[in-house]
Design a protein around this ligand. Structure first.
Ligand SMILES: [Mg+2]
Length: 363
């Protein structure tokens, strides 16, 4: 038995440039990607790395210190029920948010440790990889409908080798401008982050549909209104993508049962970690949906998502924020080349965060 001896949450703030004025995120202009790295040590000397949802690390760090660490230190790293028990123990704090984010980061680190102890990659532990290379889609940040910026950055992404692009724009004009630059054949997705009421959504999505979208992502507020999503999906005939704000596997069963979704988007760093991400992917794909995880972050959660995409039944591209970063994590070990990533095959997640990333950008 290998025991957990320490859990250290490490917030890291990497500045980015998306070649336009800062986009708004959670009510503030965003100029950096916040990442919460999680370093888990063991009595075998093996160190595992996880990642929890970054933008609210200020709430998640105390969750580790006050609850996750005291409940987990001394526990067996091979105990597959540990994170489920933590969810039950902490359920009074809510079924999403900092407690579930913290559990997610621990869970990812435990998979990294299990792989390192076994000398096998995480995708091997998940039953074996079905593919070694994963296509990457450029997830453009939002440009507030400014057409010149949308056109310029879309062209830049194509130039960089991406062959699938997602926009975070909310107007039909911005979507049409990007389509014009892409030409007819490049798959395009649009994410509006819950912009519309159910009534507004039908007209807004219909207006964008002429630009031929692969999916419309989170069209309706609130995101859990699956009945309205099902109505929208029927009325517009457009595929929907939802799930980054879900609270667990049961939410995904409900959205699939309601005929509300084509692409399910669990997030490794929010939904309970790799264990829950894998469960949702396999269940959803068995039920006929496609799992296209949320992954606009760059740490161990990103690597965990890559391993799930390598091992799951259906082929899907991985989401990657398209911007310049002060330092690109894993640039030497897990590189994006011409819009494709080779899945790392070293033990565990296959790469540890670089020490200089932490030295330079630790908050
Ligand atoms: Mg999204």
């Amino acid at each position: 038995m290998t025991k957990i001896t320490g859990i250290e949450p490490i917030p890291v703030r990497i500045p980015f440039d998306h070649w336009a004025p800062p986009p708004m995120h959670a009510g503030k202009p965003r100029t950096a990607i916040d990442t919460l790295l999680v370093r888990v040590t063991t009595d075998a000397g093996v160190v595992g790395w996880g990642e929890a949802y970054g933008p609210m690390w200020q709430a998640t760090v105390p969750t580790y210190e006050n609850w996750i660490a005291p409940l987990s230190i001394g526990q067996d790293v091979d105990d597959l029920e540990l994170t489920t028990r933590l969810e039950r123990t902490l359920h009074n704090f809510g079924r999403a948010g900092p407690s579930l984010h913290a559990i997610s980061g621990l869970d990812i680190a435990l998979w990294d440790i299990r792989g390192k102890l076994a000398g096998a990659s995480v995708s091997t532990l998940l039953g074996g990889r079905r593919r070694d290379r994963i296509e990457v889609y450029a997830s453009l940040l939002h440009y507030d409908g400014v057409l010149d910026n949308v056109r310029r950055v879309t062209a830049r992404a194509l130039q960089a080798g991406y062959r699938k692009i997602k926009l975070h724009e909310r107007t039909a004009a911005a979507v049409a401008a990007a389509r014009e630059i892409m030409g007819p054949d490049i798959p395009m997705m649009v994410d509006v982050n819950c912009a519309w009421s159910p009534d507004e959504a039908i007209a807004a999505v219909t207006a964008m549909a002429a630009s031929r979208l692969t999916w419309i992502e989170e069209p309706i507020w609130p995101p859990e209104d699956v009945a309205s999503l099902a109505v929208l999906r029927r009325a517009t005939g457009l595929a929907t993508a939802i799930g980054e704000n879900a609270t667990g596997a049961l939410d995904f069963r409900k959205m699939i049962a309601a005929n509300a979704v084509d692409y399910v988007q669990p997030s490794a760093v929010k939904i309970g970690g790799l264990t829950t991400l894998w469960r949702i992917c396999t269940e959803a794909e068995a039920a006929g949906a496609t799992c296209a995880p949320h992954s606009p972050y760059f740490g161990p959660g990103y690597l965990a998502t890559l391993h799930v995409l390598a091992a799951k039944p259906r082929e899907s591209a991985i989401e990657r924020f398209y911007c310049d970063l002060g330092m690109v994590p894993f640039e030497r070990t897990v590189r994006v080349e011409d819009g494709v990533i080779a899945v790392p095959d070293g033990p565990g997640l296959g790469a540890d965060p670089e020490p200089e990333l932490i030295e330079r950008y630790r908050v």
